[in-house]
Design a protein. Sequence first.
Lengths: 504, 504
Amino acid sequence: MEFEARKAIVILNKDDAAELDVKPLDRVELVLGKRRDTAIVNIAEKLIREGEIGLYESVVHALKAKAGSKVRISRALHPASIAFIRKKLDGRMLSKNEIETIIKDVVHDRLSDIEISAFLTALHERGMVMDETASLSRSMADNGKKMGWKKVIFDKHSIGGVPGDKTSILLVPTIAAAGFTIPKTSSRAITSPAGTADRFECIAPVDLSWGEIKKVVKKTKGCLVWGGSVDLAPADDIFIKVEYPLSIDPMLLPSVMSKKVAMGAKHLVIDIPTGRGTKIKSISDANDLARQFIDLGARLGVNVRCLSTFGEQPLGHAIGPALEAGEALHAALTGKGPPDYVEKVVALASTLMSMGGMKNAEAKARHIITSGKAGRKLKQIIAAQGGDPDIKSTEIEVGTERCKVTSNFSGRVWWISNKALVHIAKSAGAPRDKGAGIFLHKKIGDRVRKGSTLFEIFAEKPYKMKAALKAAQGHEIMGIGSHYNMVLKRIPEEEHEKTFILER
Amino acid sequence: MEFEARKAIVILNKDDAAELDVKPLDRVELVLGKRRDTAIVNIAEKLIREGEIGLYESVVHALKAKAGSKVRISRALHPASIAFIRKKLDGRMLSKNEIETIIKDVVHDRLSDIEISAFLTALHERGMVMDETASLSRSMADNGKKMGWKKVIFDKHSIGGVPGDKTSILLVPTIAAAGFTIPKTSSRAITSPAGTADRFECIAPVDLSWGEIKKVVKKTKGCLVWGGSVDLAPADDIFIKVEYPLSIDPMLLPSVMSKKVAMGAKHLVIDIPTGRGTKIKSISDANDLARQFIDLGARLGVNVRCLSTFGEQPLGHAIGPALEAGEALHAALTGKGPPDYVEKVVALASTLMSMGGMKNAEAKARHIITSGKAGRKLKQIIAAQGGDPDIKSTEIEVGTERCKVTSNFSGRVWWISNKALVHIAKSAGAPRDKGAGIFLHKKIGDRVRKGSTLFEIFAEKPYKMKAALKAAQGHEIMGIGSHYNMVLKRIPEEEHEKTFILER
């Protein structure tokens, strides 16, 4: 059975299951020669005949079974972690050992999706005390690959939620140029139009082996690679798959910190984009989250500082892998970029640099960027990762399907909807189509005339451009007006004709 | 794809999924000619090639697809019920319409196991107010078959947990003989050694169609059939499959009442076995549960009364489908049975009879049983259901593998472990092997001599008898002593040699 192959699942015929007194999601022990495995039971009436058993790939491997092999099966106990999940369901605290048992079973695919879903839901409902969060972070890090370094490791993480957030591409060379070691692993987009791995892939290869990463970092002090290929805290990836359809994220802290611990980070700056249209709505919420990260970091031996940053509009102008790669590369090579982008990089980079003991870090970070030192360092990193160091921002191909959206009104841009822009960019094909996305011509505070271009949509395929334009019709994207519109929402809403780009 | 065939699932190739921007558990809309269906996405890398799609049976049926059919697919929204599950996760109350939406999606297999698991976990964690419980019960009843009757319907339900609880087999003919209509549907065992459907199947067929049930009840005023064949409140069966591995039961009230509403019950007596070794540990807990059933019944138009009954040992002597069928049949035909069994039936039956307006119900119920009227009614029911009305209790075959367990001590039986007996009976093969089980020779309060037979184990297969004896070694089954042992548990436990049948 190739499908869902990682789980230790076997399929029994209905009558054999009754004979063994096992029900779906019970466990059986399997013996073939000297090999043993425990598997989750599924039951079929027709697919598997009496006396036959269907094995998923992981069981086939564990038993070295072949078609026709005779396997002895017997009823087995449920794994202990189910009792511990049940304990959390009852609102009780889990011990270090209980958490370790659960994580081991998760990583070895010994728990069904139903059980993992119940665990995550229970964590969402009951929360965790800091002892549990720390145990979970450490278990998740321990049950996966761990990186060893000779240097002190610096790292940066963003809570995310801001489209166009290409911070790492300029921050990593800035920190490396300042003499600190920053082996940055990034994710691909899950729900956004681009993750840093998607962006940087337009400039250089990001799918590096652990050995290659070591070489790049040894040579340049930095890297910008995809974290997925190095198997850090694999439990997290399993949890994310279950959390995604439920839109819950009870693992926010352990998810971030387990990867950082596995990476060996000593100094970590966390960017908490804050405000309307981001995950964290207020500075007070950002403060609470930051305190938790700092406390957790202290328990795990990671020095953490957090910045709450303005997140109510996209960072810079470009949204989508290739457009963002171009904007970031241009900023690094010329030492000039959109002011919000450069200011954010300076703030985060100088925080890390002062954590490393550097004085006047802000001025130095700014100088590294404006003097072109960051750009030269980025070229080294590009070359070390196997890319062309002489790549120019204009050489990064963007979609040839283009469409400008203009304003029907004159006035000022009062607000921009991150959510609407994300939806449009994704409809245009991002992140799958690297050249798809949006280039914003106007941002908050900018003056607009009737007919001015507000933004331009890029796509690689005509039918996706069509989908993007349709998405643009369905959203209120920007608020433009000659005066503040003080009403945010009327409840209940009055019936009114929907006007494109006018009201929130 | 035959496996897990009921769910509307499709399997996409990884690249096609990326092109559509869908992730596992996202939804896609499928169009084939004029037919449409929405399905849950699973993703495979090898099993399904690019441009191909794997359809589970329900999707095949909905689209009338054949191998090679061309299906148009597009990203679809998540069903609204996911937002409502999320709402419950956040601790908010669900409206009638929201609950109805969830139940419809559950019944039509439009929700993944992960989503159903999250819903049940959220209910377990957050609980429900009575309005929600009532809406849920009604939705579960409405989304399934509903029985219509010309007569006022009487019904009985047990919360369960007591081994050997063969109450219904004597209660149904008693009520029917008293002139009331009681079309009793029962379940098969889930975790116990026998359900009433398993028991009565040793006496007469229980797998009747809806039309057959109508005929039996018209003729005899009663029946004892398996509920699984008439599809009452099918959402409940789906929930039970997910609850089982988690050992949670947030649906206790709606699960019971939805089936009763679908069955058209007007007067319902609920047996709440209470005490050590049952689900409900104290009379105060039983009282709370009873109040909830009565309140819920009032909202649903069902007149409910509850009895908290002594549940700290098996009912009667027999445990296991055939043994219990024999004991129940013998009691009905002779008008004499184990006193605890007869007293319980009299109490429950007379409660129902007085709900039906009968005076002196207890004396009348007792008379119906002792006079043999209940026995004659049971023979009518057996015949009407297609069984042999002249069947004798000794003709019900029990296992030929037999083993007596004797006492090493003299004294009185102070306690009996329901859990241990259930485990032994199941190890012996019950309920799958109908002749397997236990016959208890001694019950609480009985005097025992060294060498007296405490109980006898029955099995159909030698290897299952072996398993049962092994199970008997591993448990403390009965407490026998010349004096009360006042210590229930020492914490922490002292190391001691395990003595068979001595201490709790």
